[in-house]
Design a protein around this ligand. Structure first.
Ligand SMILES: C[S@@+](CC[C@H](N)C(=O)[O-])C[C@H]1O[C@@H](n2cnc3c(N)ncnc32)[C@H](O)[C@@H]1O
Length: 180
């Protein structure tokens, strides 16, 4: 994972004063990609680093982390993924800045499902109804105040032993977010 601090000052040059702290809950960007059904996502899983499972994101994680650090009762997660009938966004060929955001166990962004423009998916072969909860847009917002040059991260919510390649081997990643 490349440190944002080594690149950004050079890119910004004389414009350093335009950067400011990002306030909590500010919208950052959407995760954009090709919309895949479960079968197509499985075909691409071996070599693709840019798959985002819709409905797979546990929005409760930042809240649970906050609750834990404040010694509050941790509520159960009501947003667990249902594996059947799933869709996935693939940001590899068609995407935006959202695909470059790395994982952290102590993230400063959270992902949310939002519904908008569901009648305007003309590039897709299948048209989805307005309000089809299976195909939400994914947006990232700041979960806390973010200082200038701090890397933006979210929690990928991968569960160990839940992702397998097409040969049935468990997919493993060494993650280096630096969190304890
Ligand atoms: C959606 S991409 C993130 C952007 C990617 N780092 C890039 O430069 O294009 C996901 C991939 O980035 C890498 N990655 C993301 N977070 C990571 C982390 N905390 N530690 C190590 N690798 C990470 C993994 O290879 C992962 O499959």
């Amino acid at each position: 994972m490349r440190q944002a601090t080594s690149v950004l000052p050079r890119l910004l040059g004389d414009n350093k004063d335009v950067i400011a702290t990002i306030s909590s809950h500010i919208f950052i960007c959407e995760y954009v990609g090709e919309l895949l059904d479960e079968k197509e996502a499985e075909n691409r899983i071996d070599s693709n680093e840019y798959l985002f499972d819709l409905g797979n994101y546990d929005e409760e994680i930042p809240k649970r982390n906050a609750a834990r650090s404040n010694n509050l009762k941790v509520e159960s997660n009501s947003l667990q993924r249902k594996d059947e009938d799933g869709f996935t966004l693939d940001g590899a060929r068609y995407g935006n800045v959202g695909r470059f955001i790395n994982h952290s166990c102590s993230p400063n962004l959270y992902a949310q499902n939002v519904m908008y423009d569901h009648g305007d998916m003309s590039a897709q072969i299948v048209m989805y109804d307005h309000g089809d909860m299976r195909v939400p847009h994914i947006i990232f917002s700041a979960s806390k105040s973010i200082a200038p040059l701090e890397e933006l991260t979210y929690h990928y919510n991968y569960q160990v032993d839940h992702v397998y390649d097409t040969n049935g081997n468990m997919k493993r990643k060494n993650q280096r977010c630096g969190s304890p």
